[in-house]
Design a protein around this ligand. Sequence first.
Ligand code: HEM
Length: 514
Amino acid sequence: MLFDMDYQAISSSLIAPVAALAIAIYVASAIRHAFFSPLSSIPGPVINKFSSLPLLFKVMTGQYHAYSTELHAKYGEIVRIGASYVSLSNTSDTRLVLATHGFKKGVAYTKGQLTKQNSFSTVDPEFNKVRRRQIGDTFAMHTLRGIEDLVVGAGANSLIKAWDAEISKQGGAARVNYFYALHRMGFDVIGAVGFGQNFNILQTGNTEVIDNMQSMMHLKSIITVLPFVNRVPWLFPKLKKSAQSLLDFIGGAIRMRRQLIETTGAPPRVDILQKMIDASDPATGQILDGDNLVSEVGLMLIAGTDTTSNTLSYTLTHLLHNPGVYRRATEEVRSVFPDASQTISFNDAKSKLPYLSAVIHEAMRLNPSVSGLLPRQLPADGATIQGHHIPKDAQICISVFACQRNPRTWDNPNVFDPERFLGTDLAEKLKDVLTFSSGVRVCIGQNLAWVEIYTVLANILRRYNFSLPEDAPYGPHRLNRLGVPVEIPAASFIVTGPRNPKDNCCVSITLAAA
Ligand code: HEM
């Protein structure tokens, strides 16, 4: 008993010094990491030298794109954006990081994973190489030429059908929400080319599946930062239920296709789903099956819908906010393609409409739809960038948004000005645009996105007159201190889009004179 009492007395008297020692060690290590690590020479807010919490908060609340851009404007082209995180806004440095598998994707990609690893989420270069070999042909231009009719049918033509119906229903002029219309359409396009199915949500107005997709992106952003959320069923149950519904939906679509092949003995048509079912790695013969197929096709639905639809939405927003640009783009389309009975094809739109091309490039520069945190690991020896040694245990964050608004690269970077992409130096200029990323992990679906973007914009600009409704909260009537329209607020949950599309993306449309 006596021994017990002594023991208790001794242990209680030790608590305070042990705790003090632990705190001292923690503080010393934080100070060493903040001020004496190789990262200490990199500029940034003092708090970021000690903690990554401000960064993680910005990621979770959808503000990373704006936060990184703000810090680069203040501190320069290399910034300590978190205790172990460095951000770059110089395109050449960023391209260098993206060029090879030397800088592997950061582990955050695997934390946000809700399905089996796929070509996007994997951090393993070998796995990625196999996947890209398996599905590369699926997205090659020669494949897409074969399915352009599907893209245009579910895309531009279907949108025109829906908007024509709205115009006649609303008596000659219709008020529509272009964000939702373009998202539903984008989903139908992936349905047509990726699932061999007519989801038809543009015509039916069903948005449940779109909402499920947005919930999945939100959940992924949260899990990236707080991985334990995925293991605790009662945390964010609504988001999880929506994400699961989406995965069930994808699994069901693949099962239907397999059953159809078993019944008829042949695929109904050559589309992306069939290409993926048939895909094999030319080097190893490995095929895609089971959960791997669900994961890859699910990725395509998410990566292909939100990104392309947001790009289209932003392009239309910029046209509506800049009436002079809108007039010139519309005149170009209508004078080059006066016959409204002929659908404008991808090749024609791309090769014959230089001003519309410049508008699209400029919208994609200002609003790259993938501008969330894209972290990269360092090689074993670290790397030296802009004279700073970045050690192997740090991570480099790619901020496409900050790169594309870097004032050292772009004059008046926050001003929408398609003229930038009209000169003879177009190819040079495009080297500074990283909207589809670059290097070994460059977007695999960009050809599909281009076909959809050009065919939709060319055909709707020819067919409709667009104008902002009188109650539009943003537009040419609301200018910032640079004298250009205030940008509508955006949120970035991996994909960046308008934060409140319901209120900020309405437009009035009428049929253009034939
Ligand atoms: C305007 C539309 C699009 C934009 C701006 C875009 C942008 C990007 C970017 C920036 C990346 C790199 C992300 C990273 O490093 O973490 C990426 C990767 C990827 N994208 Fe896209 N994308 C678009 C459309 C599409 C479409 C239509 C598909 C397929 C249907 C697609 C499929 C993918 C895949 C599979 C990857 C991962 C590639 C890899 O890591 O090897 N994307 N995209």
